[in-house]
Design a protein around this ligand. Sequence first.
Ligand code: BGC
Length: 828
Amino acid sequence: MKKLLLGLLVLTQFVGQANSQSIPLYKDSNVVIEKRVDDLLSKMTLDEMISMISGLGFSTVPNDRLGIPSLVMVDGHAGPCVGNSTSFATAITMAATWNPELIYQIGKAFAEETRAKNDNTLLAPNINLHRTPQAGRNSETFGEDPFLIGKMASAYIKGLQDNGVLATVKHFACNNQETNRSFIDVNVDERTLNEIYLPGFKTAIQEGGALAVMCSYNRVNGQYTSDCKYLLSDILKNKWDFKGMVMSDWGAVHSTIPAFYSGLDLEMPKGEYFTKSNILPLMENPIYKEQLRDKVRRILRTMYNIGIMDNKNPFLSKYDTIKQAQLSLQNSREGIVLLKNSNSILPFDSHKIKSLAVIGPMSKAPDIRGVLSSHAVNTYQGIKEMFGESVNVTQSLGCNIKDDGILINKDNFKSEDGKPGFVMEYFDNQELEGIPKISKCVDQISFSWSIFPPLPEIKTDKYSIRIKGTLTAPETGYYNFYLIMAFSNMRFYLEGKTLYDKWAGQGAWTKGIDSVYLKKGVPMSCVLEYKSNAQSYNLFSFLWKFLEQNPLQKAVALAKKSDAVVVCVGFSGALENEEHDRSVSLDPAQEELIKEISKVNKNIVVVMNSGSAVVMNNWVDKVPGIIEQWHPGQEGGTALAEILFGKVNPSGKLPVTFMKRWEDSPAFDYYPGKDGVVEYKEGINVGYRYFDRPSSPHAQFTFGYGLSYTTFEISNLKLSANSILITDTLHLNVLIKNTGKMDGAEVVQLYIGQDKCSVDRPIKELKAFHKIFLKVGEEKTIQFTIKPNDLKFYDVISHDWKAEPGTFTAFIGTSSMDIKQKIGFELK
Ligand code: BGC
């Protein structure tokens, strides 16, 4: 036996040696990651290391000699926005579901779609907190509460990273507005920063396990975040023990040494400061040399952890589009928040309502954001498809708003040869020189080529395209045109007239050309020219929009003769998006539309498409029904129809407070700042933390609020003890019963407040929630756990979280204002 064991030992040693001789340590997937990273680092030259700390468009620089692949990145808070993907609802809709399990599934779906696009890194989630409703990117994020943000972001990140795609938590930190975002200096005190703006990030890293962080454009307390050692090293890497990598936002680096020293690991999208000529001289200093190794170590460690080094999760050739569409639908359903339902106007009774007018600028354009999806159901379609011929569903625009228009297709465009469609001539140079390398006819111009050549025949990323033909309008009147080019260059001529010409320097993301008068059936000669942006994304779309005449009169006439009206209003992509903030209320034309329709039809339900709260005081009392639908993605129309007619019971809850007037906002005096500085002087009084206070104005709709078609009763609140030591955990039980007439889900919310404290604290703060589905008459007990961490505030003296002994109250509610049960306990 001994002999046999000895023999085995010798044999395993021999196999081990043979193994280590044939594959280097860093390639051996049986070796622990840190050892593999060390081994790989030891084999890299300085030049190779330097090349890894700046990007190559939307990827990191690969290393063929050592077999290091690239992180290949794609944006996409509503699904990867490259090529044709499933369009999901935006993050605010996800937050409104209060259902982390669902969001995990969506993260998983995003991972599959990302891999199917040959990418391995999603530049999401965006988890900046809603400080004001105006911020242009609010819809990409999870609302006003750090706890809710942290939970939703963690689910999303796990869904992505468990399935082989790196998540990038962004934008670190305080990117809470788009106005002046590239230089605005956020002045925020230490407690507010740590208690309000950072905890979402901390949870995303410590609970969600995010391995990449993107810093923001703005400054915090005087420093660009890419230069800010306090944020990137002291807090993120040291205090929170973050082991992953920090990349910059696109073009957000402003220095070499401060950025290098601060803890920034990767400059994106290319090295302007982290160039070889800037970094190499620093390598004389051993501190900088070690910092370079640390940066590369973090990038490699991230690649190993996600499985990219071992190609564990290869790119996919396909995914289940039907399953993804179902998930997108479920997200839209669960995210819908029923805000007002006077006299139970909803659900509509399809036996009584025989004619339904779907009116408004958002009624016919599917509300999809950032993702090109070949299938999308708008509200009108969704309702019409539900009823077939049994209900007379009609549609009217109601008013013109600024939007992105619809794709021009081959019905209205002929090529030079007189055939319908767009003949695209591709040149393998950027100046349309010589004869085209290849020509292709397409039905519409809608492309997202990212950093890759547009066709296999074009071997370079430096190309240009020309399209010539005739455009024919289907109606006489004014049209707006939209060119989407993602900062590439374009020229656009109509009947020899130049409508757009930006052939050098940085182009616009989207260019809108307003009010061009066209006559029905008259062909106009048209030329479009496109020059690739070799450094960044390439998107190319050509859209237009007919500006309807007298839309209000037409809509009012239709509303008059209908049994009920659904008015679809909100913020189109042109009104609410990256790079600019939006208005706090609807634009006047849409408010007028609601008012005028409400005068002629009392059965009116307003459906709002927005990425955050909207001030509604000009019309809220004039309508019996209001639904917040956020930006629901490709299945929005179907989800809404199901809710309107009671096929699905609404269960969404507000992730943000809806205030009555902008003047009521705690940030009213400070937003959007002046002279390049925005003071966060409202401090920790953000959202419900402010509106909860007895001295504050009443909110229109409170955080956590949302109606259902059924009723729930909450009772039997019990705590496992009435006092807690700092080392203890308390258990809280509560019974919930569906006491109404329809199956449905409720979100039970636990808030905790300290009755008296040496510092000013919010009345209460969200510490746990549970979404539960109950059939009619069904009841269940929910258990929450209260831990000492839930009782702490950020103490600026110790620069740490602190729990102060005293009495606390646990509040159980169905919104921050609808508190159903409460109970006191003591921290000893
Ligand atoms: C945005 C980022 C985005 C990056 C790449 C920046 O302008 O702020 O969120 O990931 O562009 O598209």
